[in-house]
Design a binder for this molecule. Structure first.
Ligand code: AVJ
Length: 381
């Protein structure tokens, strides 16, 4: 393996500092719990290439580009939280769900009986990966929001078997996840180069370097988190980044019986509710806020007009929340709702229109047998 991981604790005594500046509140128990829980996504690991081994090619198989570091991440969080908490209706962008705990909760969601999306997408990938590899002949595979690159292994296997794949470019805002996934992939695929990019896909898509025929994969229906205008921007950016000969593979959840959609986002075990409320913990920890989770109720319902599941946190009481890092007091009315996520549900014709408007033509459309989920492939026009 060409990669050595060194653990560097870059979050020293943050909890202690917080304790000292809130004399009025009984903090010590809460803060020590928070410290244990203190696992922001970024900044706790650093990669160091090991010394070249004599007699072996010294080409490095792992590269890591950091386009957004912990300071940038906090700055972005502050800006987006200030904007979202001071506008009406209030809202918070869904990307802030995914600290270590939020990612673990999302993992748990993917195994829930009501949450069919991940299973359906994996089933489609298993059946179609070889076909996708043959159509694209990709030399570079870019994955947006890759996390652990779990489902992507199916694609990597197929492209590897087809003999075209040279490099995998996982793109994510979470550096430790990229380093862990990168290390595992180097072991599993001895010929593969991994060029991980730490970035935010609102900002850094254009900076992804890629060589030869390139396939960008955006799985999991994460594209559904973007409102339509932001989707148009994202697709335009992708089109520019890919250039002639490029391919885009996207996973999209499809419009279906509202009862099933409501169930998928209101699971009986309350994992989705905990995932939704986790964003409040992130604000408490990273912005020294004092949200009380139990004062907010998880609300999720399919909106048949907009064809999206609208996910919110509803204040159970009239309350004031203090966000210390923003020097901001936020008032919530009893019953006031703050949007934390949209999960857009798609139809084939609509998706085709959006992709065509961005300069892509259809190269493949595959669904599971029940027609719950679609995986579709698009070629730069
Ligand atoms: C990861 C954005 C695709 O929209 O279904 C799951 C996130 N939110 N349950 C989705 C999510 C609540 C998920 N995505």
């Amino acid at each position: 393996m060409d990669l050595k991981l060194a653990t560097i604790s870059s979050v020293p005594s943050r909890g202690a500092a917080v304790q000292g500046t809130f004399p009025g509140r009984a903090h010590s128990a809460v803060d020590s719990a928070r410290l244990v829980d203190y696992e922001p996504c970024m900044g706790s690991l650093r990669t160091e290439p090991s010394a070249p081994v004599l007699g072996f090619p010294t080409r490095r198989r792992f590269m890591l580009d950091v386009l957004i570091d912990e300071q940038d991440r906090l700055e972005l969080l502050r800006a987006e939280a200030r904007r979202g908490l001071t506008r009406r209706p209030k809202e918070l962008p869904p990307k802030w769900f995914y600290d270590a705990r939020g990612s673990a909760l999302f993992d748990a969601i993917t195994g829930l009986p009501e949450y069919y999306l991940t299973r359906r997408e994996r089933a489609i990938l298993r059946v179609r990966a070889a076909e996708i590899a043959a159509i694209t002949g990709a030399r570079t595979l870019v994955e947006l929001g890759s996390g652990t690159s779990d489902k992507t292994r199916i694609l990597i296997d197929a492209l590897d078997a087809a003999g075209t794949l040279e490099s995998f470019v996982p793109f994510d805002v979470c550096q430790p996840a990229l380093e862990d996934a990168g290390a595992a992939l180097l072991d599993e695929y001895p010929r593969l180069e991994v060029h991980a990019v730490v970035g935010d896909f609102d900002l850094h898509l254009g900076a992804i370097a890629h060589e030869g025929p390139t396939l960008v994969a955006f799985l999991g229906s994460t594209i559904g988190n973007f409102p339509a205008p932001a989707r148009a921007d994202l697709l335009g950016e992708l089109r520019r980044m890919l250039g002639a000969g490029g391919f885009f593979l996207v996973g999209t959840d499809l419009v279906k019986d509202p009862a099933r959609l409501d169930a998928a986002y209101n699971d009986s075990r309350g994992i989705t509710a905990a995932f939704n409320r986790n964003v409040l913990r992130v604000l408490n920890r990273d912005l020294d806020a004092d949200f009380a989770e139990e004062r907010f109720e998880h609300v999720a319902a399919f909106d048949p007009e907009l064809e999206l599941v609208d996910i919110r946190l509803r204040s159970r009481v009239a309350q004031m929340v203090h966000v210390r890092a923003l020097d901001l007091n936020v008032h919530f009315d009893a019953g006031e709702e703050m949007r934390t996520e949209i999960s857009t549900k798609f139809q084939r014709a609509g998706l085709e229109r959006e992709l065509a408007a961005a300069g892509f033509e259809a190269a493949g459309w595959w669904t599971d047998r029940a027609g719950d989920f679609a995986l579709s492939l698009w070629r730069v026009d």
